[in-house]
Structure formats: C-alpha cells, structure tokens
Design a protein around this ligand. Structure first.
Ligand code: AMP
Length: 476
C-alpha cells in the first residue's frame, strides 16, 4: 500500500493558503459552501478534496468535528454535477454507509445543504421507518444514497436498489460500524460493487480490523490522518464526581439544578439505564427525552428535534448518539456511567465544545468504575479533576466475602478483608484547591451530596448486608 500520510499536528502553511476556490469545484458547489458560511477549508478538506477529485481511494483517520463530511461530500457533489446523465431507476452512483440512523440523516442533510444549487439527488435509507417512501425514492434513481447497512441490504435483496453502477463508496465511522457488528454486512455490500469504483474509508480509530478492511477493499489509497485543528478536548472543562452508586441519580439531579445548563447530553451505558435516568429526571422536574436503539425511529427523531429546537434541553443517550449528533450549543456532556471503552469517552465529550466554543464534561464515577476512569486518563494523557464524595475513596472498591460484616461507614477500610480492584491503584489525590469549579460552592447537605456515612440505613448498606457485595453500576 503506497500512501501519503499527513499528520495534523503539523498543520503546514499550505493549509492556510488553501481556499475553496483552488480545488476546481464547480461554481454551484462553491455557492453552496459559502451559503453554509464556510470560508476556509479545514486540514482534512485540504487533503481529501483533491484526492477524491483525482479519483484516488482514501483511507482517513478522522474524528467528527474535523469537517470530514464536507471533505468527501463536496468532491462527490462536483462529480455528480458534472455527469451528463441522471442515474437510472433503482440505481445510485455514490453510496455512503454510516453506523447510525442519526448520522445518516445528518450526512443527507449536509449533502442537501452543500448541493442546494445543484440538481444532485440524495436518498436516505435507514431502518425503523416504513420502506415504502424509500422504495419510491429509489425508483427514481439517486445520485447519492446515504444508508445504514441493514436497511440497505433489505433494499438490495428485494431489488429496490441495484449496486452495480456505484462509482464511489464511502464507509464513514468505519470503526463504529465494526463495533456495531456490521462487518459481515459491509463485506457483502462491498462484494456487490463494481471493481473499478472509488473507495473512501473514514474511521476515528485504526484498529487491526479496519486495517484489514482497508487492505481488502482499497487500492493504493492516499492515507490521511488528522485530529481536529484545536482538539475539542482542550476546550472542555472536564471533571469527575466520585459518588456511591446509590447517590448517582441524586447527584445528577443536584448538578442539573445547581448549574446553568443550556443543553446537556447525558450518556448511560445501557438502553434500560437511559430510560430509568430519563424517568427519574422527569419525576424530579427536569424534562428529558431518551434516545437509544430500542426507541422507534419516530421517537428518536422527535427526541432529537426537540433537543435541537430547544424545547427539551436534556437528552439522555446511549453511545448510539455519541458520534452522530451535531447540535450546536451543547453546554454540558454528563457521563452518568463511564464508558467501557476509553475512546468512547472522547467521542462523548466531543458533543460539546463544537464550532470553537467551550464546554463542560462531568462524569459520575462510582468505585466499581474506577478502573474505567484510569483507562480514560491514560488515553487522554491527563488526570481529570476529581471530587471524591465516596466514603472509602474511589479506588477502594470493596468486594467483601459473603457473610462478612459490612464495614462501619465511619471506620477506615481494613486492608485484610478488602481487595483493591485494578491492582490497588490509588484514587486521584484530592486537595481542597483542586475541586472542579462547578462543585466548589456546593452547600453541605444538599441532595446528591449524601454519602454512605450520611445515610447509614441506605439501600447500599442493606444490599451489602444481604449479599456482601456492592451492586454493579450497570444495575442503574
Ligand atoms: P464534521 O466533522 O463533518 O462532523 O463537521 C463538523 C462541523 O464543522 C460541522 O458543524 C460542519 O458544518 C462544520 N464545518 C465543516 N467544514 C467547515 C469549514 N470549512 N469551515 C467551517 N465549518 C466547517
């Protein structure tokens, strides 16, 4: 594989000298770009637009927030605009595959916006909605189809869409597609495409399986690696609030009440967890909607548009929403549960601090999640400011032998009947000065500040007595 590797860390002068006019894009597309308010191409656009215009395959490591969508959409729009003939009924020319319905909608909306002065047609093919309107749209032929793999395969199976005239395929957020188990579907779809097509593979990370996919399907690709110009993470005020499991929901409500929240996404690890948190928030006076894979497409769309439109300022989501949501003015990302994969943390908090703004990311962390916190800190190369309100300290996750007497909440941990998780790592040192600013002025005794010692007859104590174990964080 011969490749050109561009590391963004070294943004060269030529990136700044570049201007959308230099790419040779048609005037109608330049008008679309300027209607969107873009004046300067981002680094990934500087690299990817010329490569796609030259009909090269592209392997790009790029996260959302880098301007990657426009990087592949603009040159593809240019090509469709220049094409003499319209696509035939049931055929498409460009196929864009994405992991989630939300991302597919967003890309289709971007195509429509950038191509607003062209005749280019775009059809969105996602699951969870009736297939009829999609079949009718495909019947007219489409320049660009933006799809999630499952529903796309349904249409290919029934003959509503034929793939043998595809000239370009984009695999966007390829790593998330693999995470969601789409690898076999992707391989089946790729096998139906003409050999001479152009393949563009974009992924936020480059695990071995993505490399393998690239080796199998890309020919002599231009390889591009970029991270956002100003890593959003640097503009995000991150903090950790260490709490006992039973105090989690109250801590969340207390935080939402005490802070000025413009728009917040709250991430949970499970769909059930998202529903439970949403219910709890609503019953505590914080109107919220949930978005996750068990919701119907209609519910997902309504939740997202209420959030985007501002009628609901809190969205509770599983990781399905971590990459696909591009909503401005999300002031807060709250991790109700820490993600099991550290990289996901970066994607989640990247929902805030978009478009040059700053943002706040608060993560609740219980003792059983301490190992996940350590993995995140290792990945981002920084210790995150931590306010530890747990009784024994975050690192002192207790696994007591069944039948053992639960420790007195006021006593210090006894090392002989406690096992430290994570090989005995120590909690982040807490000094009075390093508390996250948003928690500094909290008055004692407020909801959410309760710790085990405040609530000796708490559910946790009862559970410890009964089982000798702490409940798993997932049960929330
Ligand atoms: P993406 O990485 O495609 O999700 O894009 C992230 C955000 O950057 C989106 O809100 C785009 O509208 C915006 N964007 C993309 N390209 C540019 C550009 N050249 N100038 C300003 N904003 C851009």
């Amino acid at each position: 594989m011969t490749s050109t590797v561009t590391k963004l860390g070294t943004i060269t002068e030529r990136h700044f000298l570049k201007n959308f006019n230099n790419f040779g894009l048609a005037d109608v597309i330049l008008r679309g770009i300027s209607a969107e308010g873009y004046t300067t191409p981002t680094p990934i656009q500087c690299e990817v637009i010329p490569a796609i215009m030259a009909r090269k395959d592209v392997l790009g490591i790029a996260q959302t927030g880098t301007g990657k969508t426009a990087a592949f959409v603009l040159p593809l729009l240019h090509e469709h605009n220049a094409a003499a003939a319209r696509p035939r009924s049931k055929y498409c020319r460009t196929l864009i595959l994405t992991p989630t319905r939300e991302l597919a909608s967003q890309i289709a909306a971007n195509v429509a916006a950038y191509g607003q002065f062209t005749e280019t047609s775009v059809v969105e093919i996602v699951g969870g909605v009736k297939p009829g309107p999609q079949i009718r749209a495909l019947n007219k032929g489409a320049d660009i189809v933006v799809a999630t793999p499952g529903r796309l395969e349904d249409h290919v199976r029934t003959g509503a869409l034929k793939l043998d005239q595809v000239t370009s395929i984009v695999l966007d957020e390829a790593d998330q597609m693999l995470d969601l188990g789409f690898a076999p579907a992707i391989r089946r779809i790729m096998s139906k495409l003409p050999k001479g097509r152009q393949t563009i593979l974009l992924s936020a990370t480059m695990p071995k399986l993505i490399r393998k996919l690239a080796q199998d399907f890309l020919k002599d690709p231009v390889e591009i690696s970029v991270t956002p110009e100003s890593k959003p993470i640097e503009r995000i005020e991150q903090s950790i609030l260490g709490v006992e499991i039973i105090a989690k929901r109250d801590a969340l409500v207390s935080y939402l009440s005490d802070n000025k929240i413009e728009r917040a996404i709250i991430f949970t690890r499970t769909k059930r967890g998202a529903d439970k948190v949403t219910k709890f928030l609503c019953s505590s006076g914080h109107a919220a909607n949930a978005i996750h894979g068990n919701k119907s497409q209609g519910q997902r769309e309504r939740a997202l548009s209420a959030f985007k439109g501002g009628s609901s300022r809190i969205l509770v989501a599983t990781d399905i929403a971590a990459r696909g949501i591009d909503v401005d003015n999300i002031s807060h990302v709250i991790n109700f549960d820490l993600p099991e994969v550290a990289e996901v943390y970066v994607h989640r908090i990247g929902r805030t601090a978009r478009a040059g703004k700053s943002g706040i990311a608060l993560s609740l962390c219980t003792p059983p999640e301490y190992g996940l916190l350590k993995a995140i800190e290792k990945l981002i190369g920084n210790k995150i400011e931590t306010e530890d309100r747990t009784t024994d300290g975050l690192s002192a996750a207790v696994v007591q032998k069944p039948g053992a007497k639960p420790s007195n909440s006021n006593s210090k941990p006894k090392s002989n009947n406690r096992k430290r998780r994570n090989g005995g790592q120590h909690a982040a040192q807490q000094t009075p000065g390093n508390k996250p600013s948003s928690h500094r002025n909290r008055k004692p005794g407020k909801p959410g500040t309760a710790t085990r010692s405040d609530t000796p007859n708490s559910g946790l104590e009862r559970m410890l007595k009964k089982t000798g174990k702490r409940p798993d964080a997932r049960s929330f």
